[in-house]
Design a protein around this ligand. Structure first.
Ligand code: 0X9
Ligand code: ZN
Length: 501
């Protein structure tokens, strides 16, 4: 049996949701011909760890279990499913959309299904045999993928690292692999740092930080961020958009921030979510996305129980993975935007997670979230729902987006990629990765640093605020990130302001 708790991730009470999701579809993306195909094609299984060696004899099995999508009518339905299921897999808009309580995905056994049937709740079996899905996936992965493209199946953290190493070795002038820190079990948390060569005298570039897999079982997110790395590295210098972005920003990609949990999903329990902290009382794991130090510890949005899938840990930043990300971020004050990539559900969430209070500066968060959603649709991707986390999904206390936004003033979003479930077929990897590559390109091109009050538009308030900060020598006026406030900052701000960003 898995070691997850009753109650899973689903809240016991719903809160008002944002508007209905758009169903517009665009034209399919045209596949790119890549000059670096030879480099990527040189990838072999040997670059990673042999998959057979990763298997453990005490693999957790899910025999007789399935995933059911239920339509919740009232709080009694919600109570019942949370009683009969050990693990809620999804989220959906709440009652404020006027459509009732929405649908939720639960992992259940035969008895759970029977109880749902007996209650009269409308339901649909999404995944009839979870163990069969795990077996098929393991079989496929152990068969090796030699001769197939790198993005045609899921990869271990070691394989991803080897892949990023090859990218960095191929283009050392723009790509560098670095260590962010180490996990509880002392696995490396690595990052790929990308930027065009700096011309002399130019200050540091603003940083776009992108990480995936805080939640171990959300495998498709690792492939999406790896794809982004590959596209940026291979297209720099030939594609004008990519070149423009990497000449204006540093993009830092951390594909595996929870390496212990991720390894555990490969060896032992495919549906493990948390890290591998041994808790008091013999339970395992802290939810890294409840351990960040902004509005940490609220019961509405995290749990104090070590057996819960949303266990927050004993203190904010008690977990080495979170502390490593925090310390890296403090050491890199240039971070202006952050994406913490999760799956699944097709959402683009922004702060707050901890509260329904209006988010200051929500205009920029909203404008850019909607822009990413539209960029995905326009490129032939699937519909995503954009909105503030608390109202759109559920309350989260100690989530990454609140810390980045609330403590660091970094614009932060949490995308929930495609599902359903945590084992999308390998054919889903490239379409999902491509739509997020489009979204990140759009984001980088449409971020407006001169919108200093983050209202989502440029106006005299921005001008006034910048000038005040400038006159006071406030580091917030270090527009070109040179480390000091001088007339170059004023010139750069004024130019951006006049040009409308
Ligand atoms: O519960 C979570 O942490 C995320 N959903 S998931 O199914 N991937 O577990 C939602 C994250 C929302 N964002 C934050 N408030 N950080
Ligand atoms: Zn997640």
């Amino acid at each position: 049996m898995s070691q997850s708790s009753h109650g899973g991730l689903c809240p016991s009470e719903w809160v008002p949701s944002a508007g209905a999701r758009s169903m517009r579809r665009g034209t399919p993306a045209v596949p790119r011909i890549r000059a670096w195909a030879a480099v990527i094609g040189a990838w072999t299984c040997a670059a990673g760890q042999p998959l057979a060696a990763l298997d453990s004899p005490d693999r957790v099995r899910y025999d007789g279990e399935m995933v059911v999508r239920v339509t919740i009518r009232d709080s009694r339905d919600l109570f019942l499913v949370n009683q009969v299921s050990p693990d809620c897999w999804s989220h959906s808009p709440g009652p404020a959309d006027g459509m009732g309580w929405g649908t939720l995905d639960y992992r259940v056994g035969a008895a759970g299904l029977e109880a749902i049937r007996a209650s009269g709740m409308a339901h649909e079996i999404l995944i009839p045999d979870l163990q069969a899905v795990i077996d098929a996936e393991a079989m496929r992965l152990s068969g090796g993928v030699a001769g197939r493209g790198w993005f045609e199946d899921y990869k271990t953290a070691e394989q991803v690292r080897a892949f990023l190493e090859q990218l960095a070795a191929a283009r050392p002038e723009i790509a560098r692999l670095e260590t962010v820190g180490h996990s509880l079990e002392n696995r490396e948390i690595y990052a790929l740092r990308l930027s065009g060569p700096l011309s002399p005298g130019v200050g540091l570039r603003p940083i776009v930080l992108i990480n995936s897999v805080q939640h171990a079982r959300e495998w498709i997110t690792v492939m999406a961020t790896s794809y982004l790395a590959e596209q940026l590295v291979t297209l720099y210098g030939t594609d004008a958009r990519t070149t423009g972005i990497l000449d204006r920003y540093e993009v830092v990609i951390i594909p595996v921030v929870n390496p212990d949990g991720y390894a555990f999903t490969w060896t032992t329990n495919r549906f493990w979510r948390k890290n591998r902290r041994p808790n008091a009382g013999g339970t395992f794991g802290v939810d890294n996305n409840r351990n960040w130090g902004f509005a940490w510890g609220l019961s509405n949005g995290s749990s104090g129980n070590g057996s819960s899938e949303t266990y927050r840990g004993t203190a904010a930043f008690s977990e080495p993975e979170n502390a490593a990300m925090r310390d890296w971020t403090l050491a890199n004050p240039g971070v202006v935007m952050h994406l913490d990539v999760h799956s699944y559900g097709q959402y683009i969430l922004y702060p707050w997670g901890y509260s329904a209070l209006p988010t200051p500066g929500v205009g920029a968060l909203q404008r850019l979230a909607v822009g990413m959603r539209d960029a995905i649709l326009d490129s032939g991707g699937v519909p995503y729902l954009a909105g503030p986390c608390y109202q759109t999904l559920y309350p989260i206390s100690g989530g990454s987006l609140d810390w980045y936004y609330g403590a660091r003033s970094v614009l932060s979003w949490t995308p929930e990629l495609r599902g359903p479930g945590f084992n999308p077929p390998p054919e889903a990897i490239l379409p999902t990765a491509r739509e997020w590559h489009e979204a990140v390109m759009w984001l980088a091109e449409n971020f407006c640093a001169a919108d200093v009050d983050r209202s989502g538009f440029l106006d005299t308030d921005d001008y006034d605020r910048f000038v005040t900060a400038f006159e006071e020598g406030d580091p917030a006026a270090d527009y070109d990130r040179s480390g000091f406030v001088d007339t170059d900052d004023f010139d750069a701000f004024a130019r951006a302001f006049m040009e409308g960003c």
